[in-house]
Design a protein around this ligand. Structure first.
Ligand SMILES: NC(=O)c1ccc[n+]([C@@H]2O[C@H](COP(=O)([O-])OP(=O)(O)OC[C@H]3O[C@@H](n4cnc5c(N)ncnc54)[C@H](O)[C@@H]3O)[C@@H](O)[C@H]2O)c1
Length: 256
């Protein structure tokens, strides 16, 4: 008997990094998993690796029509929804001084609008089912703020506040849907590996200026995050609601 045996989960951004690890672990623990991503080739490959308990749907989380289609296919294939892992996101370099409105809106569209849409459609599906668990991937950037990632930090702050609002609504109305956010420091995934190449020349960032190896040494593995996602998705965390779970190996604790 797995820890999420026969529950139905949607994991966005499941083609790589943390989302891939989440999907594989949830399936290994008995869930039936709908993997979504804009990257169709990699997403299909992960679903194939999982096997019969997986379905891949190509999906841009910023599109409401996309969410309607994902929910429809989830119902048709697996009969309902118990778990949503809102995981897909984009990272873009830019301080408050050099972030354009265009870049700001591009990031909010995916990282903020996309999470709102996921929560909205999942909440309705879970309510029909009688309950569920929503796990929203935020970041330490949403708590502390990062100079080089102004739009990203703001989007992750929005995810944390959205999470608390949903938890409050569920609790006030006696709806058995839990909603929690996860706040990692760095994780060894393509998002970070591709960062250097996507930064403009001359851009000031700690990631550039400090020893990259030293920074990466403090970063988590995707499995470290997936283990927490599994716990929050499962009934083991039934009393955890509206929590902001830092997963940073005590990074915030350095100051004294
Ligand atoms: N890597 C880190 O250091 C770090 C730190 C803190 C939080 N996070 C968060 O963890 C989550 C997972 O990030 P990751 O590091 O695995 O990144 P990643 O880039 O490896 O994976 C993100 C996935 O999301 C997909 N994606 C991007 N835009 C999409 C869209 N509009 N619709 C659907 N899919 C889309 C990508 O194709 C990719 O497969 C994100 O929410 C990220 O903000 C990451």
């Amino acid at each position: 008997m797995g820890r999420v045996q026969d529950k139905v989960a949607i994991v966005t951004g499941a083609a790589s990094g943390v989302g891939k690890e989440d999907a594989i672990l949830l399936a290994r623990e008995g869930a039936r998993v709908v993997l979504t991503d804009v990257n169709e080739e990699l997403g299909r490959a992960v679903a194939k690796e999982i096997g019969d308990r997986a379905l891949f749907v190509k999906h841009d989380i910023a599109s409401e029509d996309g969410w309607i289609e994902v929910m429809k296919q989830t119902h048709e294939k697996f009969g309902g929804l118990d778990i949503l892992v809102n995981n897909a996101a984009i990272l873009a370099y830019g301080t408050i001084e050099d972030t354009t409105l265009e870049l700001w809106q591009k990031v909010q569209r995916v990282n903020s609008d996309g999470y709102f849409l996921g929560c909205k459609h999942a909440f309705a599906a879970m309510k029909e089912r009688g309950g569920g668990s929503i796990v929203n991937m935020s970041s330490m950037a949403g708590i502390g703020g990062v100079s080089s990632f102004c739009a990203y930090s703001a989007s992750k702050g929005a995810v944390a506040a959205l999470t608390r609002s949903i938890a409050a609504h569920a609790r006030m109305n006696g709806i058995k849907i839990r909603c929690n956010s996860i706040h990692p420091d760095g994780i060894k995934t393509p998002m970070v590996f591709n960062l250097h190449s996507s930064m403009p020349k001359g851009a000031k960032s700690a990631v550039r200026e400090k020893d990259a190896k030293q920074i990466m040494a403090r970063f988590a593995e995707p499995t470290d995050i997936a283990n927490l996602v599994l716990f929050l998705a499962s009934d083991e965390s039934r009393f955890i609601q509206g929590a902001e779970m830092r997963i940073d190996n005590g990074y915030l604790m350095w100051a004294d």
